[in-house]
Design a protein around this ligand. Structure first.
Ligand SMILES: Cc1cc2nc3c(=O)[nH]c(=O)nc-3n(C[C@H](O)[C@H](O)[C@H](O)COP(=O)(O)OP(=O)(O)OC[C@H]3O[C@@H](n4cnc5c(N)ncnc54)[C@H](O)[C@@H]3O)c2cc1C
Length: 436
């Protein structure tokens, strides 16, 4: 059975939130057309990280009264969005269905960069080396995306920092590159504030509850409680708490699983690993490990490498071990030794971070099964940042529409809706409905 949860339009119609606003149309809303629910806050957002800040920007730009709450300041190093660099690429080995959302996100990042006048994106090109090559190539062809197929010899000659093993094929996508996560979160947050959003840091949301009979309840349709006892009410709530998601929605425990990640910067010959001559990479080894990384970029010396899912350690986000261990180094050095021999040197710096994995690797972007006034946004599984701008725009359209959003929105988010055909979702729906 295919079951997509598109909310409860009736309740939302009663709240006056059921106007259908397409992404194209939303850009034109201004003046007396601006959105208002009549509640203290039109939307409360828990989590002001990559996604929360983007949703806040798109909502407040359209006139919604938005309150964001986070236990840390914007662009902090304790969640999933720090470390100076994130990869963006379009020929997605994870699936061609992502391309429309990737294109939207890519354009929005460029627009954001123009708006804030600061470097948020640097185009290096991206190399998909080895096991990810076939799928990335297939997506590139299906969507007619610019690409070149390169042999190991061609890669190693053209990009001397690389030492790709013989017989390994690569796909070069010239449009990919580096996003600057901290700057992007700061930019989204600052612009949201400029549009009237209230951004509060240093506050922890302890609990939330949907208020029944919301249509006639002038205090709002959802209430959140902070750990200091303060309460806030809003017409809608967006939960986008990264690795802490299942603390706020316990039924998500099996669907949003925090995993420890470690990246390290290895000393390298600067000319070979400069951002002008070394594309970002995804490199799949014959042992089914996938490494990813960046040229030397910004203030930090060395080139950065990570291993998808690292040591597969499931963690409690409040007790994450941030020490860089011998095991961490051994795992990352395997990637250096296979693909970047001239950087098999000492580790200059390291960083610990968290993925929040879903069983199928796709995101969870939908209204809560039991509380349609609550939107769930868990978009990681190690690859979400590059879509945070697009998801922010689409989820803000869902919130403003009061229902499932326009057909464009539904199409682009289809892979990420709550759907009993997805692993673990039937149980989640069942548990949500029975605990409401
Ligand atoms: C090492 C690493 C490398 C990655 N590389 C890439 C890449 O190259 N490309 C890519 O596209 N993606 C990449 N990702 C994934 C991407 O970074 C994440 O998908 C994205 O940053 C997640 O953003 P978020 O908003 O969900 O989480 P966060 O940015 O962590 O935001 C969640 C926020 O919620 C707040 N919060 C939680 N609970 C509460 C509460 N109860 N009260 C108040 N506040 C709360 C937290 O303080 C936090 O600020 C990588 C991730 C990691 C860890």
């Amino acid at each position: 059975m295919l079951r997509l949860l598109f909310g409860a339009p009736k309740i939302l119609a009663e709240l006056g939130l059921n106007r259908a606003i397409t992404p194209a149309a939303t850009n034109k809303i201004s003046g007396d057309q601006r959105f208002h629910s009549g509640k203290a806050h039109d939307v409360i957002i828990v989590g002001n990280g990559a996604f929360g800040s983007s949703i806040a920007y798109h909502l407040s730009k359209q006139g919604a009264k938005v309150l964001t709450l986070d236990m840390h300041p914007p662009a902090h190093p304790w969640g999933s969005s720090h470390g100076h660099t994130r990869i963006i690429r379009l020929a997605y080995f994870e699936g061609p269905e992502y391309v429309p959302l990737l294109r939207r996100s890519y354009d929005l990042f460029l627009e954001l960069q123009d708006l804030c006048g600061q470097e948020l994106f640097f185009k290096t090109g991206v190399l998909d080396v080895g096991t990810t090559f076939e799928k990335a190539y297939s997506t590139a062809r299906r969507y007619n995306l610019p690409h070149e197929v390169l042999t190991a010899k061609e890669v190693n000659t053209r990009f001397p920092g690389y030492s790709v093993p013989e017989d390994v094929m690569s796909l070069f996508q010239p449009d990919g590159g580096i996003l600057c996560p901290e700057n992007i979160i700061q930019a989204h947050s600052s612009l949201a504030m400029k549009h009237g959003c209230t951004v509060r840091s240093g506050v922890t949301v302890a609990s939330w509850r949907g208020l029944s009979g919301s249509a006639i309840n002038s205090t709002g349709s959802v209430e959140i409680k902070l750990s200091n006892g303060e309460k806030h009410v809003g017409a809608q709530l967006v939960l986008t708490a990264g690795a802490w998601m299942s603390q706020l929605v316990p039924e998500l425990k099996r669907l949003c699983v925090p995993e420890r990640q470690v990246v390290a910067w290895f000393d390298c010959p600067e000319d070979q690993f400069a951002k002008e001559s070394f594309p970002v990479f995804i490199a799949g080894s014959s042992d089914n490990e996938i490494f990813y990384g960046f040229p030397q970029y910004g203030q930090q010396r060395g080139f950065k490498i990570g291993l998808y899912n690292h040591l597969r350690e499931i963690v409690d986000p409040d007790n994450l071990d941030r020490t860089f261990t011998r095991k961490d180094e051994v795992a990352l050095r395997r990637g250096v030794q296979q693909f970047f021999k001239s950087a098999d040197n000492k580790v200059l710096h390291s960083n610990t971070c968290m993925f929040t994995n879903t069983p199928d690797g796709h995101f969870i972007l939908d209204r809560h099964p039991a509380y349609p006034q609550v939107i769930l946004c868990s978009a990681c599984s190690g690859h979400g940042f590059k879509m945070s701008s697009g998801v922010g725009q689409l989820l803000s359209d869902i919130a403003l529409s009061g229902g499932p959003g326009s057909s464009d929105v539904q199409q682009e988010l289809q892979l990420h809706r709550i759907n009993s055909d997805r692993e673990g979702h039937a149980e989640f729906i069942q548990a949500s409905l029975s605990s409401s």
